[in-house]
Ligand binder design. Structure first.
Ligand SMILES: *Cc1c(COP(=O)(O)O)cnc(C)c1O
Length: 392
């Protein structure tokens, strides 16, 4: 299989040759901690101990690197374990990071309550506005710009290419959290980003049955003591140990094989949900990057293949109606997380974003967030219609 192969070909085959000893077409789950050595230091395939390497994890790491067009992939126990490894690989106390104003709540909590007490400062910027990002950069101190696009829950769009230009001019690296778009809809490295981070818990795994994270490095960038950031991430992955276990790696790899077909259906369904919501009297705002009225629709159209499966909206009647509508649905599941085959509904202000209440990241109280799944669209819309007709 060549680098020029299409996305689904890479998803199904990259890093996954048939098993050398049995011909098994599905990568075996190497549920093992240690490996027999052929004489001291005689490692077979480089495997010594499963914190530093495991063949099931390697398959996922190679596959993901191929999907993002990167050089190396690293699989973690969760998206946040991957983020932590990135930060500790690239930053030292005294450095400064620019963080998006509507970053994932856990990302904000990480920078505010884990990184900051350890000497890594941050400023919050509206990431959809390149000038705001430029203004937030502290010359000489800002070493990283953390980008999320689309953002959660307001589906803001950041212009990755422009931000990369501004950050690189200031000597900062750009990390893109590509969780919401998935590697199928957007490839940040091709737009100038230096590293990509995913919570594979979401679209990559896709079946709400596994928590995981991925980091993919792009072109070589030197970091203190290492010729390439990828070597440093590899060193930290094994030295900190927040790795994906073999079964979790296997589940994620299994999810990736259908990522392209799932994303097409998520997008088809989301577009129809958006049509329904924009035509409903009780809905005051609909947030979806595919809407021509969306603030950065043109940027999204340029850097994404399609506009994704996440939709947020607000109700004219306010918070109480939003809370009631979330509980009135039958088919949509009230729950956190996103990106699975099943449709989810949630109230960010009281659920996913409760921890950012009272901060610059606070979200509107009348907001509802949808993770549009891949069920039959008529059933999804009928269920929403019934809930909104009563409460909105
Ligand atoms: C869920 C999520 C994370 C955190 O990932 P975990 O796998 O839950 O640790 C980070 N960023 C975004 C955008 C997310 O949705």
């Amino acid at each position: 299989m060549s680098d020029a192969s299409g996305f689904s070909t890479r998803a199904i085959h990259a890093g996954q040759p048939a098993d050398a000893s049995t011909g098994a077409v599905s990568v075996p789950i190497y549920q093992v901690s240690t490996y027999k050595q052929d004489g001291i230091g005689g490692f077979r395939g480089g495997y010594e101990y499963s914190r530093s390497g495991n063949p099931t994890r390697t398959a996922l790491e190679e596959c993901f690197a191929a999907l993002e067009g990167g050089s190396r992939g690293f699989a973690f126990a969760s998206g946040l374990a991957g983020q932590d490894t990135i930060v500790r690989s690239l930053l030292v106390p005294g450095d400064h990071v620019v963080v998006p104003s509507d970053a994932y709540g856990g990302t904000y909590r990480y920078f505010n309550q884990i990184a900051r007490p350890q000497g890594i400062a941050h400023s919050i910027a509206k990431i959809a506005d390149v000038d705001a990002v430029r203004a937030a950069i502290v010359p000489g101190r800002t070493k990283m710009v953390w980008v999320e696009t689309p953002t959660n829950p307001l589906l803001g769009i950041a212009d990755i290419e422009s931000i990369a230009g501004v950050a690189h001019e200031a000597g900062a690296v750009v990390v893109v959290d590509n969780t919401f778009a998935s590697a199928y809809l957007q490839n940040p490295l091709a737009l100038g980003a230096d590293l990509v981070s995913h919570s594979t818990t979401k679209y990559s795994g896709g079946h709400s049955d596994v928590v995981g994270g991925i980091v993919v490095t792009g072109q070589q960038i030197a970091v203190p003591g290492f010729e390439d950031a990828g070597d440093r991430v590899a060193f930290n992955q094994k030295s900190i140990g927040g790795i994906a276990g073999p079964f979790d790696a296997w589940l994620t790899l299994r999810g990736l094989k259908t990522l392209a077909v799932r994303m097409e259906r998520h997008c088809d369904n989301a577009e129809k949900v958006v049509d329904f919501l924009t035509g409903h009297d009780g809905v005051s705002h609909v947030y979806y990057p595919g809407l021509p009225s969306h603030q950065n629709h043109d940027v999204a159209a340029r850097q994404m293949k399609r506009f994704g499966g996440m939709v947020s909206f607000r109700l004219t009647k306010g918070e109480d109606a939003a809370v009631k509508a979330c509980s009135a649905v039958q088919l949509w599941t009230l729950g956190e997380s996103l990106g699975g085959v099943e449709s989810l509904i949630e109230h960010p202000a009281r659920m996913t974003h409760a921890s950012v209440a009272g901060t610059e990241l606070e979200v509107p109280a009348d907001l509802i967030r949808l993770s549009v799944g891949i069920e039959d669209i008529d059933d999804l819309i009928e269920d929403l219609r019934e809930a909104l007709d009563i409460h909105a």
